[in-house]
Write a new protein. Sequence first.
Length: 822
Amino acid sequence: MVLLVATSQLALTGTAFAQSADPSQDSRPQAVEDAAVSTIVVTARRREEALQDVPISISALSGDALTAKGVTDSLDLQNAVPSLSVSTQAPNRVTLGYAIRGQRTNESQLLTDPPVGIYFNEVVMPRSYGFGGQFYDLQSVQVLKGVQGTLFGRNMTGGAVLIESAHPDLYDVGAEVRAQYGNYNLVDVQGMVNVPVVEGVFALRAAGKYRDRDGFTTDVSSGRKYDDEHYYSFRVSAALDLGNFRNNTVFDYIKHSTNGAGIKLVAFSATDPQNGSPTVIAQQAGLAAYYPYFFPSMAANPVAAGAPLEDVFGLAASALTLGKREVDYGNFGTGTLYADRVSRDPFQHAKNWGITNKTELDVGSVTFRNIVGYREQEFEIVNDYDGFAATLIQPDQFSKPRQFSEEFQMQGTPFGDALNLTLGAYYFHEWGKDGSINANFPQLTSMGYAAADENTSAPPSNNPFATFFLTSPAQFFEQSQVADTNAYSWAVYAAGTYRISDQFSVAGGIRYNRDVRKVTVTPFLTTFFAPTCVFNGVGTLSMADCAQSRELKNEAVTWDATLQYEPNPDFTTYVAVRQGYRAGGFSLRATTDAQLTPFQPEKVREYELGLKNKFFFGSARLDTNVALFYQDYSDVQKQVQQFLNGQVQTIITNTTAQENYGGEFEANLMFSNGLAFDLFYAYTGLNIKSGGNGGYLYQGISKHQVGGGVSYVHDYDFGKLSMNVNGNYRSGLYLAVFDPASYQPGYALFNARLAVDNIGGSGFGVAAFVRNITDKYYQVGNIGLQSAGPVLNGVNPGGGVGYAAAVYGDPRTYGIEASFKF
């Protein structure tokens, strides 16, 4: 891995860095040593090791490096790390999908585990609602690329993002406060206080952040602003060190409350662009055209009068002419919609809190570690999913997961220094509710109600939409979908590294995994009549029998093996093979037996070749890292969209065998005067070997990624001057599985920061920053519902809903900062 900013910026507290070798034992000039005074230490193998010595592709940044590069949340992280892609789970801006080496998080529902895991203080978070706001007062962020099936497990077939909060300092009292003001009325205040209660033994650390910013997307009908930010967060940490016994406890809390994402219509079609079938919207428009003929008293109907028939195509055409940062939600939130739950202004709420505890006990050459974690989250969103004034899809979605985990490890060298061994046992339980209340196509709701109210006979045969109207009654009502879930995981594992000689070492590990998934789904209609079960058809089951329960059990053995060659301290090469697996689960929006059939585990065999070098010349040091990989990927979990019983649903199937291949390159050139240059490149290739859903391969994944920057840090009489300019280019990618309108062409983003800290030795500092310097307009998420997919194996899936709507990234933002530290 490359040092991403100057060494002085990268310095982590405590044991995160170690001094390089004693110059008396090395022939390098002292000037060269000055350029290499710090070595990044990572925990990719659950123990502290120098990054350049670890036979894994890793990128690591300190908290200072994140600040210098303008990384303020998880979405920004992709601009500083090769092979990592991050996109919103549109239309949700606080839930993100991570992709590494072609494996992407496509769904955030319970019982669907991500291939790229997020770990906070060594505890996994399968769901991370709003967690991006925790990017403050951090010790480090490490991104591990590739299968992590032994030491991390928990379905990490793509990689893992390890986030570590800053540790309490046992010796020094300290405090820091930073306040920013910027365009869009940005106010960002964060601070930290550290107190060693008993010097060298016990310390407390408290940190917090408040952020408020106006939205940059305007609803032209109401004037309301979307894409705003409003959250607050805090953490309290306690550290105890009695020499051979150590304990670290962290409590964290964050709460978001915003208007939600600005969802902008980008495409609208009467014909499915992939298979040529009429879209659902076209069928609705046809029904609307015929409706006055069949139900002439509709205008007098007290329910139907609240929503006169809309010119859907006219409203869409108008929306497509709006400015870049404009939307038109029409009467959304005015109380005129039929579904009471969405007769409110759009909003997005998230709350996330947890506690982690790590205990370590040294006994001779062995360390016993216990890591326990508990977390609660709540998430709810109401928004206009179609992104324009027609009343088409306006659901209320919610999730309330809870989780508990316990991990016990034994680490050390009980049989001599040549063998470093790790043994562990793991337990994880996640439970909660996940559901939605869908007010899809209320135009059809009103028509269905009027038809029932007048007891009108079937429309005449000259209506080409009669079949759709008569055979899809569920779409005429509000549908509720609630799932109660439980997910259990157990594992035992062993891993070790054996040094054969000074140049050669072998490493390997094995893990036994057992996963159990349980779900109970209850889909029912609620509008106008008594609740009616819709599982396997409207009214097929009584409400008493509507709750459907299923269970899935998976077992798998995952493993890895690595051969490493180090001819000298500055050169490392390795070859590795790893076996990973991702557990199966259930589609929580299921309304039929077929949809509730569980999807099965996917399996990945990965091969990796790596080379890490350190070069020294004059007063400079150059670090380079190269990794090439190939993944054989079977039973891939792929999304398929369906429109059934009037509802848009996404289910997951296992129909694909796939291969992923590519590589990552990172380089950093550092000079002893504080000047540094960094560069990275990543390539990801994907190929379907068999099966597939006909969707776009590069969904949320760029084939090419290039980034780099220049930084300068130096102490002057007036203070510490630091400058950083960085940029990142990503090639084109799709943000939805089937929709061509979800394609985001390649784009580049540039950021800059200039700061002077400790002015005149006072502890005060000032800074100026700008992000997205060129004001690039680009999608970060897409609700791509134009298409239900292409004709596949002679089967036409039918028309999609007929529209695509996008969520866009932040425009150019800039501001100033004042800080004080002691």
